[in-house]
Design a protein around this ligand. Structure first.
Ligand code: PEP
Ligand code: MN
Length: 291
């Protein structure tokens, strides 16, 4: 298969490019994802307390994030690990939105919670462990909110597009794809960042594509470098974990940036973002953005 993606992925007509619909922009309030801006979603892996979330939200907003991430329902590998604050976590996320103006992305684990999470979230995150949960995909296809669909850790790009098609076939084409690293034989990092996925998905799919440098490597010091790579290969944004005290985080502390590191990373990314957008200007037509 040498780059003939339109043929390879032709079974997914609602999410692949067509001459009539080469690309879609997902609007979240006045934030346009897939319209040329590099949109940053940042925050802790899990909502742990009001103080933790609000201090992170204020800091990431100041640093240039537009969307706050934070898990209220957590998919943990161990049943004994912190499972999230549930409804209390959703309420804290809503308070952070009110105070900072950031939009909210949070994970949905179960069909039974879709209506509840949709009441609080601006974007519904379907995580890697649920990428092939057809019942959940069908249900978020009818939830009336944009969906952030993360690639499963052993999923091919075709599997990812098939999952996206399942959401779209249920009426929801506001889907953002996310490359978050896959399992390989490598053991030095948590996952292997499949950087090639970004240009392939951008070429084959009409949907915006973002990267998750945090889960892609699992190592705090590598995150800014992978974020840079995401910008340079043309991602529409990223989702990144930030914590005021990562060494005491209840989940994913090893890969969470401190607030200062987030600020440094955002300043570093600026130059790369400018370069990429200048290069893109010559070959893109301008669209109208979001209301
Ligand atoms: C997360 O975003 O915290 C998460 C659990 O991500 P993933 O589904 O990519 O593992
Ligand atoms: Mn996490």
């Amino acid at each position: 298969m040498a780059g003939n993606w339109s043929k390879q992925f032709s079974a997914y007509p609602l999410v692949t490019k067509s001459p009539v619909c080469p690309s879609t922009v997902v609007c979240v309030g006045d934030i346009a994802i897939g319209d040329g801006d590099f949109v940053v979603m940042a925050g802790p892996c899990s909502v742990e307390s009001e103080r933790q979330l609000l201090s992170t939200a204020e800091a990431v907003a100041l640093g240039g994030a537009r969307i706050l991430r934070g898990g209220a329902f957590k998919p943990r590998s161990s049943p004994y690990a912190f499972q999230g604050m549930g409804l209390d976590g959703l309420k804290i996320l809503a308070k952070a939105r009110e105070l900072t103006g950031l939009a909210i992305v949070t994970e949905i684990l179960s069909e039974a919670d879709v209506d509840l999470v949709a009441e609080y979230a601006d974007i519904m995150q379907v995580g890697s462990r649920n990428m092939e949960n057809v019942a959940l995909l069908e249900r978020v296809g009818r939830c009336g909110r944009p969906v952030l669909l993360k690639r499963g850790m052993v999923a091919t790009l075709e599997d990812l597009l098939s999952a996206a098609e399942c959401i779209a076939a249920n009426g929801n084409t506001d889907i953002i794809l996310c490359e978050r690293g896959i399992r390989t034989f490598g053991t030095a990092t948590r996952n292997t960042f499949d950087i090639t996925a970004v240009p392939v998905l951008k070429a084959a799919s009409r949907l915006p594509v973002i990267v998750d440098p945090s889960h892609a490597c699992g190592v705090r010091s590598l995150v800014p470098m992978l974020a840079r790579a995401g910008v340079v290969v043309g991602a529409d944004g990223m989702i990144v974990e930030v914590h005021p005290d990562p060494d005491h985080a209840l989940s994913d502390g090893d890969q969470s940036l401190t607030i200062a590191q987030f600020g440094d990373m955002m300043r570093d990314l600026d130059g790369y973002i400018q370069l990429v957008s200048q290069a893109a200007l010559s070959c893109t037509s301008q669209s109208g953005g979001c209301a």
